[in-house]
Design a protein around this ligand. Structure first.
Ligand code: ZN
Length: 115
């Protein structure tokens, strides 16, 4: 299960950061997830709770920051946000856009810790 190994990675990283900050407990983790990251938020939240048990993250909240898909349009010469992942065409001019500027992210944005 993809989300389980993901959850492991997040908890490991966050626990390490908490130790470095000399924190007893992590209150919440904000995670940036792009539309193209292929993450099922419900499954990730479920796995997160499982994996967090017995770590400084037990009982903490995982907040998923959903990042929309942004591509570069070579015709409009600007970054445009796509409404979905089905069509990679500029919503303004219809030009196919393959240069992804945002949407693949899968990283911890911030941690809320309890000193
Ligand atoms: Zn365009």
């Amino acid at each position: 299960m993809h989300e389980l190994s993901l959850a492991h990675g997040i908890v490991e990283q966050a626990a390490e950061a908490a130790v470095k900050a000399k924190a007893e407990r992590v209150v919440s983790v904000q995670l940036k997830v792009g539309r193209l990251a292929g993450v099922e938020p419900g499954a990730l939240l479920f796995c997160y709770d499982l994996v967090a048990k017995g770590t400084p993250l037990e009982g903490s909240r995982l907040e998923i920051l959903d990042l929309p898909l942004v591509v570069w349009c070579a015709h409009c010469l600007k970054e445009v946000e796509l409404p979905g992942v089905q069509s990679f065409r500029c919503p303004t001019c219809g030009t196919p856009c393959g240069e992804i500027r945002q949407g693949r992210e899968l990283e911890i944005a911030s941690l809320e810790i309890e000193p």
